[in-house]
Every structure is written in structure tokens, then in C-alpha cells.
Design a binder for this molecule. Structure first.
Ligand code: MN
Length: 242
């Protein structure tokens, strides 16, 4: 089906796994944690048309990858898909907050300068500040908020701003995630796993398991699981056509 946010390059034996993912998924967005990883991963998965690799710099590893900032910005115009980028407001990353913000500001600014990009955006414990950046800097770009976990007020603000959302089985396990889902417009939701970081018990979610959210989403939207699948496919075409 679709997995709009996974770290396929970080699974064991990723090259072999990619062939299985390509045969089972219509579309898989591989987000990367740094621009060098983007370059290498793009080459590794180049033979699979349905696997797209997004250019990113993960906010959780800003400290290790801050030297790749210039490379990141210089690559933005070469790709349509950006991710994983964003802010992480958790205590353990507080010391890199200034750098995180400088990188997000630069990547959003460059994305607009290059005509607008689709961005998979991380906003854990930083939903409000991420939305401030989006509001200020995104005109033609389309942010897809991945595993959004803001307050209900922040969720409604993100919806009103035109953001998209990628939602996974791990997010919908909790009552808060299901409550957020109720606020989202059906036309701006896509499935994701965030694997291999998101775990299904003791093993990571596989990219073809993103669609396991369909029954939960169907119950929320009061439609059938098949209608949810069709909606996701329609959403993906609309997003990629913009
Ligand atoms: Mn991720």
C-alpha cells in the first residue's frame, strides 16, 4: 500500500528488504537522517520506482550532523521530497534547540526559494513552534506532520493552516492519537509506520503494515476499510501532483 514515513535504510538487510517493500507497496517514502545518508540511500534504492528517498536532517541527531547543514541546504533544489526535518522539544535535545531551529528555518526558506517542496516534519514536544515556522515560511511547500502529538488546539491550528498528516499504527494505539485523528480532514491524511523505530511488540513495523490503520480510521470516519484505502490513494495522487 503506502508508507509515507519510514527509515527503510535503517532496517537490517535493507537492500533485500527494499525488493519486498517495492512489491508490496504502491509508494514508500524513505526519510533520511542526514544529507550524506540521503545521497547514499538514493543510490541504493534507485532501482525501485515506488520507493522515494527524502532529503533530511533529523532533529534528534542535530548535534552529530550539524556539519552537514550546508550540504543539506545545497541539495534542497535537487529533490521534491524533504524529510525528516523539524524540531524536537524533548529535554534531552534542549541543548541543540538553537541549531535545530536554524536548520529548520534554512530548509523551509530554501524549499520555498526552489518553488515549494513536500516535507515530512517531526514536531514531538514542539508542535507550536513548528507551526509558527510553517506559518511564517511555507507558501508553496506542503508540510506533512508525521506522528503529530500536539494538543487539540494545535491540531486544529495545523488543520486550519492546510497541513497534511501521516498517521501510523503506533500513534493510533493511544487514545490521544485516536482523538487527534478525529480532527483531521480525510483528504489530508496518509499512512506511515516510522519503522524501524516504531515497534509492534518486539519487532519493528514493516513498511507494508502502515495500512493496518485502515480499520481504526474506517471506524473514525464512519466508512469501510476499503474506502479508507481508496481515500489514501487519492490523497497521495493529489499530494504528489501539487
Ligand atoms: Mn521518523
Amino acid at each position: 500500500m503506502i508508507d509515507f514515513h519510514c527509515h527503510l535504510d535503517l532496517y537490517p538487510d535493507a537492500r533485500r528488504l527494499a525488493a519486498r517493500v517495492a512489491s508490496r507497496n504502491r509508494f514508500t517514502l524513505v526519510v533520511t537522517t542526514g544529507p550524506r545518508a540521503w545521497q547514499a540511500t538514493s543510490r541504493v534504492f534507485a532501482g525501485h520506482e515506488s520507493i522515494r528517498v527524502a532529503l533530511g536532517l533529523h532533529p534528534e541527531i542535530t548535534e552529530q550532523k550539524v556539519s552537514e547543514r550546508e550540504l543539506l541546504i545545497s541539495c534542497v533544489c535537487q529533490t521534491e521530497l524533504i524529510g525528516e526535518v523539524g524540531l524536537d522539544g524533548s529535554v534531552q535535545y534542549r541543548h541543540t534547540r538553537e541549531q535545530q531551529e536554524a536548520i529548520l528555518e534554512a530548509v523551509l526558506t530554501e524549499s520555498e526559494r526552489c518553488g515549494g517542496k513536500i516535507l515530512s516534519v517531526h514536531s514531538r514536544n514542539a508542535a507550536g513552534p513548528v507551526l509558527d515556522y510553517v506559518e511564517r515560511l511555507c507558501r508553496n511547500s506542503v508540510p506533512v506532520l508525521h506522528w503529530f502529538s500536539g494538543t487539540m488546539e494545535e491540531t486544529r491550528r495545523a488543520v486550519a493552516m492546510g497541513c497534511w498528516f501521516s498517521v501510523g499504527p503506533a500513534m493510533l494505539r493511544g487514545a490521544k492519537g485516536r482523538r487527534i485523528l478525529e480532527e483531521l480532514p480525510t483528504a489530508r491524511v496518509l499512512p506511515e509506520t516510522d519503522g524501524p523505530f516504531a515497534m509492534n511488540g518486539s519487532s519493528p513495523y514493516m513498511p507494508w503494515e502502515a495500512i493496518s490503520i485502515a480499520p481504526t480510521v474506517a471506524a473514525t470516519w464512519n466508512v469501510t476499510a476499503e474506502e479508507v484505502r481508496q481515500q489514501f490513494l487519492n490523497n497521495l495522487s493529489h499530494l504528489l501532483d501539487t
